[in-house]
Design a protein around this ligand. Structure first.
Ligand code: URA
Length: 213
């Protein structure tokens, strides 16, 4: 007998706005990650945001605080946004997967990459966030978000920083995940990677200002 794959679709109240979505997502059990994470980490930002950024999944600190991008990768993202001239309060930030997936190493909780089934189960939350916010520019941060939004064959290494056509928003761009910059092997490398990241985000700033709301 075929096993029906559950997704978050059944948890989504019809006609929900961001507050209702966030409230409903708190009780989501569409995949087993709710057993692992402390809480659902839903997206954050104003409904009027012109830019919507999608990461992979909450990290250790996000899981504890219940907010996306508040840990080390989030702090780097904040710095890059400032350098690119983007007001963080005008950006909606969220993740492809809303629970923290981790494996234990001693006392530490180490990030584990969500699998295709977990990403698929969580997808209705992301689709609804995009539908409510209607961003001018949708930005995928890293490979997981890029594949989620642009298809499994999409390669950030080949197409980073390009403004792409997608049915999801007037402009869609994929760039690196800020945590990849934190992992740079030297200070020089980190600086170079940060420069390229800021250049990508500056392009986002430009096009989001071009499109009137
Ligand atoms: N990495 C992500 O992809 N998302 C977060 O919210 C934090 C770290």
């Amino acid at each position: 007998m075929a096993v029906e794959q559950s997704t978050a679709a059944a948890f989504i109240p019809p006609g929900a706005g961001l507050d209702e979505l966030r409230e409903a997502a708190a009780g989501c059990t569409a995949c087993d990650l709710h057993l692992l994470g402390t809480q659902t980490v839903f997206g954050q930002g104003a409904r009027e945001s012109r830019v919507l950024m999608v990461g992979e999944q909450p990290g250790d600190q996000e899981d504890r605080e219940g907010q996306p991008f508040v840990g080390p990768a989030g702090k780097l993202l904040d710095r890059a946004l400032v350098e690119a001239g983007i007001d963080r309060t005008k950006v909606y930030v969220t993740n492809a997967v809303k629970h923290f997936k981790w494996t234990g190493k001693g006392q530490r909780r180490i990030h584990a990459t969500p699998n295709a089934r977990e990403i698929r189960a969580c997808r209705p939350w992301l689709d609804n966030e995009i539908e409510v916010v209607k961003p001018e520019v949708l930005v995928a941060l890293g490979a997981t978000a890029a594949k989620t939004l642009l298809g499994a064959d999409f390669r950030v290494t080949l197409h980073r920083g390009e403004l792409l056509d997608s049915p999801l928003a007037p402009y869609t761009m994929a760039t690196v995940h800020p945590s990849s910059i934190l992992r740079a092997r030297s200070e020089d490398e980190r600086e170079q990677q940060m420069e390229r990241f800021v250049a990508d985000l500056s392009r986002v700033a430009e096009v989001s200002e071009q499109v009137g709301r």
